[in-house]
Design a protein around this ligand. Structure first.
Ligand SMILES: [Fe+2]
Length: 232
């Protein structure tokens, strides 16, 4: 056990929540229910976008920095990303088939494919949270790892950061969520901050929202070694 910051756990918790949500929805969607079908396909697109963004961030920031200090240490995870992207690409054809003809057969193919993709991602994320994380802790200081997380946010920009947060925050314990929430509260753009807070409040629900607001230090934008800047 360690209290050193994780490079992976927050986005991975968000991805696991979204994956589970999408998989359950895919399993119960009636082919003739156009409203639910539209919701399902929209959520699948969000899932695929976040998976692509996340793999790209890991390749460009975490694994690239790790390779600089430990040559070829990022090869395993990069190979995983390529394999998972190929698995995901196959599902695009299933989605196109559903859009053309929403049948139970096509929805079953989506459910089965999502299940396989979820299973493979679970194993991949577990590897990153254990083997890769240990290497990162060995090779980098907490300040350097925090800098990598800040680089992620800067690469994403405000709109995609907000999309991420609507899935990450509902998946975190209140004390884990608080530093990220502080980043939203500390944003300099009033209109964007209000929109972001409204989206986040809706995503987490009133009970969890109250727990997050009442957890931790006053608004600072940085707590417990985690920093987050939400600049619109
Ligand atoms: Fe990854």
């Amino acid at each position: 056990m360690t209290n050193r910051p994780s490079s992976f756990i927050a986005p991975h918790k968000g991805l696991r929540l979204l994956f589970a949500d999408v998989l359950v929805l895919a399993g119960r969607t009636d082919p003739g229910d156009a409203t639910v079908l539209s919701d399902l396909l929209a959520k699948v697109r969000v899932l695929f976008l976040l998976l692509e963004l996340h793999a790209d961030d890991e390749n460009a920031v975490i694994l690239a920095r790790l390779d600089e200090r430990l040559p070829d240490a990022g090869d395993h995870d990069r190979g995983d990303h390529e394999r998972l992207e190929a698995l995901q690409a196959r599902l695009h054809k299933v989605i196109e088939a559903i859009e053309r003809s929403p049948t139970a057969v096509h929805l079953d193919a989506l459910y089965t494919g999502l299940q396989e993709l979820f299973a493979q991602h679970l194993l991949h994320m577990r590897e990153e949270e254990t083997v890769t994380q240990l290497r990162l802790w060995q090779m980098f200081s907490d300040a350097e790892l925090s800098g990598m997380r800040a680089t992620f946010m800067a690469r994403l920009g405000p709109e995609r950061s907000l999309l991420w947060l609507t899935w990450i925050l509902p998946a975190l314990r209140s004390e884990e969520a608080r530093p990220l929430l502080n980043g939203v509260l500390a944003g300099p753009d009033d209109a964007f901050r209000e929109r972001a807070l409204s989206a986040v409040r809706k995503a987490v629900g009133p009970v969890r929202w109250a727990a997050m607001i009442n957890t931790g230090d006053p608004v600072t934008g940085s707590t417990n070694g985690s920093s987050f800047s939400f600049n619109a």
